[in-house]
Ligand binder design. Structure first.
Ligand code: FAD
Length: 467
């Protein structure tokens, strides 16, 4: 995998004067001599050793603007990282903004929209929408920020019904690379509007986002678990159901190897499973019709399927919310044929000895295929499945075995892999050219050059700086 090489501005006009920054902002500025430094600089993906110049916990949108203007004056790069789920590299010399204080949520039920601050987490927005009959296009984890998830494309449980989340962006307020506050919508700054709809965080620091909401009067879902020995059969039935699934139904296949640790529920601790997770936009009876062939697969051990209040959507995926080390890989799959299933069973099945904690295949299709690149950088996804695999290098000795395990997965799917992936799933240090087609990349670069001519804004997917 090639390495992303961020460019820092070449020769600082003045040394970065952090006292000057402290005077300009109301938020809390942390520097390497703070006792709390190691916790504030660390991202959610804890094995990425970030060494920024300083960390600013902004108090409000004015702080964001003051920080970017300071960064321009001092030839420093600046990045927003609410929590660090998508941390990309070491951020040497970069001013890191923590945006959690931008926590406003204003739901407009009549217009079916929400305006939210850049610090709002997915779980917080889902809780605010619970009972309204409307949802935003949430993914699997409640702890990611809504802004980070959405501007990187946003692959939601509800994407088969409503498309990539980025296409639900209605408007944004952002501070561009010269420190100018810009309103962004289809009418105002349409180029920036197009770029943040799937092009990531390279074009400015967003302070507010407005999203279109979508109907979700009832959600039914959860997970079914079998012994990992059943992987081949479960995967084949999963594929058969996905081939005729309606847009309201989303299925993700998983192989899990849970560690023998206390935070894992006792019934699963230290064990390995094949599993299917499901989200259905509708009532139990219709959903169960689609689940019936899966329920017939012998050996079902655990059944966690039922009605899901929106506030508890994260229960479906059951993912960790505490900071975690991880190494991962992902790619879109053009098909899932029998040979691929057999190779995957050999790579991560019960007899494989694989050290990977999670292996996942998401079913895409339906509305994922409908977005247009003229509407936003996210475009659409033709591939019917996405593969994602992850190891947890809890100790350094696990790094090499996990890398080898990821290589085995990549090899297993090589004949059916598109070679591309969604920006949100590109692993740290991955090649950003894999995220967008060449024409989209060219337009993103032109918009970046206009909105941020000095290269002050630094995202985890820098559109200008590839291998
Ligand atoms: C456990 C887990 C589950 C996930 N599940 C899904 C899923 O189901 N679907 C999906 O699509 N993705 C998923 N992701 C990927 C996730 O959506 C991306 O990593 C996303 O970028 C995380 O956003 P964040 O703000 O939480 O992370 P951060 O690392 O804090 O931010 C990521 C990047 O977003 C940009 N950014 C954040 N805030 C701003 C801002 N205010 N202005 C400008 N740029 C900004 C920056 O470039 C930043 O580097 C998952 C990730 C994890 C770790």
């Amino acid at each position: 995998m090639s390495t992303v090489t961020p460019t820092a501005p070449s020769s600082p006009r003045r040394p970065a004067d952090l006292d000057d920054l402290r005077r300009r902002v109301a938020g809390t500025l942390h520097t390497p001599d703070d006792p709390t430094w190691d916790s504030v600089r660390s991202p959610w993906v804890v094995n990425i050793d970030q060494r920024p110049l300083a960390v600013l916990e902004v108090r409000d949108a004015a702080d964001v603007q003051a920080a970017v203007r300071w960064a321009v004056d001092h030839d420093v790069q600046v990045t927003a990282q609410p929590g660090g789920h998508g941390a990309g590299d070491a951020l040497d010399g970069v001013l890191l903004l923590r945006t959690r204080a931008l926590g406003s949520i204003e739901v407009d039920l009549q217009r079916q929209t929400v305006r939210l601050g850049a610090g709002v987490k997915a779980g917080e927005l889902l809780a605010a929408l619970d009972g309204t009959g409307l949802t935003f296009l949430a993914g699997s984890n409640p702890d990611v920020s809504v802004v980070g998830l959405t501007i990187g494309g946003g692959m939601s449980w509800f994407g088969r019904a409503y498309g990539l989340a980025a296409h639900s962006i209605v408007a944004a307020e952002l501070v561009d690379g010269l420190g100018r506050a810009r309103t962004v919508s289809r009418e105002d700054n349409p180029d920036l509007f197009w770029a943040i709809r799937g092009g990531g965080g390279d074009f400015g620091i967003i302070t507010q986002l407005e999203l279109r909401l979508h109907p979700a009067p009832a959600v039914y879902g959860g997970r079914l678990f079998w012994p990992l020995e059943q992987m081949g059969e479960v995967l084949r039935v999963f594929r058969a159901v996905t081939e005729s699934a309606p847009p309201e139904l989303t299925l993700w296949y998983h192989s899990y190897r849970f560690p023998p640790l206390p935070h894992v529920p006792e019934a699963m601790r230290g064990q390995a499973f094949a599993s299917v997770a499901m989200a259905y936009l509708g009532e139990a009876e219709e959903a169960e019709h689609w689940l019936a062939p899966l329920r017939e697969v012998p050996g079902l051990l655990h059944d966690l399927v039922g009605a899901v209040p929106l506030a508890e959507l994260a229960r479906i995926g059951g993912e960790p919310t505490d900071p975690t080390p991880n190494l991962d890989t992902s790619t879109l799959l053009e098909r899932l044929d029998d040979d691929t299933v057999d190779r995957l069973v050999a790579a991560v099945g019960a007899e494989s000895g694989s050290p990977l904690a999670v292996f996942q295949i998401r079913h895409l299709g339906a509305a994922f295929t409908t977005g247009s690149a003229s509407e936003g950088a996210a475009g659409h996804i033709d591939a019917p499945y996405q593969l994602f695999a992850l190891g947890v290098p809890a100790v350094p000795a696990l790094v090499e075995p996990i890398r080898a395990g990821l290589d085995r997965v990549e090899l297993a799917v090589a004949p059916v892999s598109s070679g591309t992936t969604a920006p949100n799933f590109l692993g740290a240090g991955g090649d950003v050219d894999r995220c967008w087609p060449a024409d989209v990349r060219a337009r993103l670069r032109a918009i970046k050059a206009d909105a941020d001519p000095l290269g002050t804004i630094r995202s985890n997917r820098p559109v200008l700086h590839t291998h």
